[in-house]
Design a protein around this ligand. Structure first.
Ligand SMILES: NC(=O)c1ccc[n+]([C@@H]2O[C@H](COP(=O)([O-])OP(=O)(O)OC[C@H]3O[C@@H](n4cnc5c(N)ncnc54)[C@H](O)[C@@H]3O)[C@@H](O)[C@H]2O)c1
Length: 258
């Protein structure tokens, strides 16, 4: 399938690991020019260190990348964090545990939109896109980590607002919603779920994951990072020119909506 993405300029926030890294690979396989912006960029050559919760930092990095690449066509924000605690019941967490989760996972997403807006609106109606990552947790009131669930619900709402505001400029905004993907973030959910359980009763990551996926996903299988890379590329391509404001679940059937 010709995606028309060859030579397009892409920034992936949170592109140094997990799902974001697979998105980077997918755009590069379409010959797009991809820049990674991440808190821990690693050895990636086309990359910058940035904390998305800091608007000034995000704006500086976006403008540097835009100037260097000669524009920005597609933006993906995969960066997020959880509380690192098991939030079931919610009073296992302190209200103060919410702040940093919301600052990264929700306000960080908004910062990315503000910093990229002038670049995305520039150049007329030429198929630019912004793609977020939300979660099943933001759609079903998942009890595992309430601030993370709330942040992801906020990302859904902001995706819809931004899709409406950007539509006049031909810019499309969507969000992908994973169910369960084996990444550092997912493993941190397992680690927090075992807090307070006597050592002899704790589950290994593999056993916990196996039980969980069978109990919550009708298709009973994990999602792979590459599935999100393929969908991100499709949504950025002209084939998806009429898709905006949508939350696309790739979750083995966990969330089904009419
Ligand atoms: N893995 C899953 O099962 C799952 C499920 C639902 C939703 N998601 C969502 O998918 C997206 C990708 O998740 P993942 O599992 O690949 O996570 P991950 O932890 O493997 O990768 C996240 C990346 O974001 C970066 N990052 C974290 N905080 C940052 C900050 N403040 N500024 C800049 N970069 C920062 C990290 O360094 C890392 O490279 C996230 O938005 C996550 O909420 C994942």
């Amino acid at each position: 399938m010709d995606t028309g993405l060859s030579g397009k300029k892409v920034i992936v926030f949170g592109g140094a690991s997990g799902i974001g890294q697979a998105v980077v690979r997918a755009f590069r396989s379409e010959e797009a020019e991809v820049f990674v912006a991440d808190l821990e960029p690693g050895d990636e050559t086309s990359s910058a260190k940035v904390d998305i919760s800091d608007l000034a930092e995000v704006t500086t990095v976006v403008n540097q990348i835009g100037d260097k690449q000669g524009g920005i066509d597609h933006v993906v924000c995969a960066a997020a964090k959880g509380s690192g605690k098991f939030g079931f019941p919610f009073w296992n967490l302190e209200p103060g545990d919410w702040k940093s989760v919301l600052e990264v996972s929700l306000i960080g997403s908004v910062n990315v939109a503000h910093a990229c807006q002038p670049w995305l609106c520039e150049g007329g109606n030429d198929g630019k896109t912004l793609l977020y990552f939300t979660s099943v947790a933001g759609q079903i009131g998942s009890q595992t980590d309430p601030p993370y669930s709330a942040a992801k619900a906020g990302v859904i709402n902001f995706t819809q607002c931004a899709a409406k505001d950007f539509a006049a400029y031909g810019v499309r905004v969507n969000a992908l919603s994973p169910g369960m993907v084996k990444t550092d973030l997912n493993e941190s959910v397992w680690a927090s779920s075992q807090q307070g359980i006597p050592e002899e009763n704790r589950l290994s990551y593999e056993d916990w994951a196996d039980l969980k996926i069978k109990s919550i996903a009708p298709l009973a299988r994990w999602q792979e990072p590459e599935e999100f890379g393929a969908m991100a590329v499709y949504l950025a391509s002209f084939h998806a020119k009429n898709i905006t404001g949508q939350i696309i679940n790739i979750d083995g059937g966990q969330v089904m909506k009419g």
